[in-house]
Design a protein around this ligand. Structure first.
Ligand SMILES: Cc1cc2nc3c(=O)[nH]c(=O)nc-3n(C[C@H](O)[C@H](O)[C@H](O)COP(=O)(O)O)c2cc1C
Ligand code: SF4
Ligand code: SF4
Length: 273
């Protein structure tokens, strides 16, 4: 673990993925002698203009949230430009207490195709973007104990193996289809075009404009959505006056179904080496 630079690389609109990857990276940096962690946050559009590039001395804790059981589709184009250059990576997927399905194996494959050597992988739980009760408040203190344990086990692997084995993950390389919302009759529906509404409580503070990962909220009129909405819910969860909301019936039904089916039992983090 000498001359290793611990870095993070993550997309995280409601901060749960960020909390987990920075926790793992912080633990690894501390265990390996205390160099500062460098964060590479690709949440905002400006950060995705140039390909991210790493080097052979880097140990990169790479995190994505799970969207529809997969790596967020709209990030794929950018992620295919990644340059790992032989850096070691830890693949982390964070999901909202339903399931991560094929997202972790897909993420590991993307990192390997980008030139990383993936030596460990972990699935963690964060509060679901759509909800305040599904995975409420996670990652919580119990999760952060697991984050520390994961870092300890990665450190042990790095310290004891001279020739590091890559992680192996079960999964079908054709990947499961994207998880599909259904309407009240059980028929598949698309919520791709659904965008948030804005109430009169908006004070035009501009916070949501700067948070939107798609750059889709109009600077001059924050009630106008000018581009793609990935339903990340950052604008909804962080608006100081609670002015942003979804009212699309199919979206609301999907959210309710998820809350009813997946709020319990509490799912726990899983590690793969
Ligand atoms: C469009 C979308 C789809 C999602 N799909 C899933 C899913 O399939 N399974 C799941 O458990 N959570 C799902 N989630 C919840 C997120 O994975 C989870 O809330 C994650 O913690 C968000 O990460 P962030 O806080 O770093 O943005 C989805 C969230 C969004 C916005
Ligand atoms: S964060 Fe809320 S109050 Fe601020 S501009 Fe956006 S919608 Fe309006
Ligand atoms: S407009 Fe859509 S993509 Fe942008 S912050 Fe709001 S929910 Fe996320």
């Amino acid at each position: 673990m000498k001359n290793v630079f611990v870095k993070t690389f993550f997309f995280s609109t409601t901060q749960t993925t960020k909390k987990i990857v920075t926790g793992i990276a912080g633990g690894l940096a501390r265990m390996s002698g205390g160099k500062e962690v460098e964060d590479v946050d690709f949440t905002l559009p400006g950060a995705r203009k140039e390909p991210a590039s790493f080097g052979g001395q880097d140990l990169v804790v790479a995190g994505i949230p799970v969207y529809a059981g997969r790596v967020p589709n709209l990030l794929l184009k950018y992620l295919r430009t990644l340059r790992g250059n032989g850096a070691r990576a830890i693949a982390v997927a964070v999901y909202g207490n339903r399931h991560y399905d094929d997202a972790l194996v897909e993420w590991k494959d993307i990192l390997e195709e980008g030139g990383f050597k993936v030596i460990a992988a972990g699935a963690f739980i964060g509060e679901h973007s759509f909800s305040r009760i599904l995975g409420a408040g996670r990652p919580d203190a119990q999760d952060m104990v697991q984050v520390e344990e994961f870092a300890r086990r990665i450190y042990a692997k790095l310290s004891t193996q001279t020739l590091l084995e890559c992680v192996s993950l079960a999964g079908d390389r054709s990947y499961r289809p994207y998880y599909q919302p259904k309407d009240k009759d059980g028929s598949p529906v698309s919520i791709l075009k659904v965008v948030p509404k804005t109430s009169n409580d908006c004070i035009r503070c501009g916070l949501c404009v700067g948070l939107c990962p798609m750059g889709s909220i109009d600077e001059d009129d924050p009630s106008a959505i000018t581009g793609i909405c990935i339903k990340c819910c950052a604008c909804i969860k962080y608006c100081p006056t609670g002015a942003k909301y979804f009212d699309d019936p199919n979206y609301l039904w999907h959210k309710q179904e998820l809350e009813e089916a997946f709020t319990s039992p509490r799912r726990e983090p899983e590690f793969f080496f």
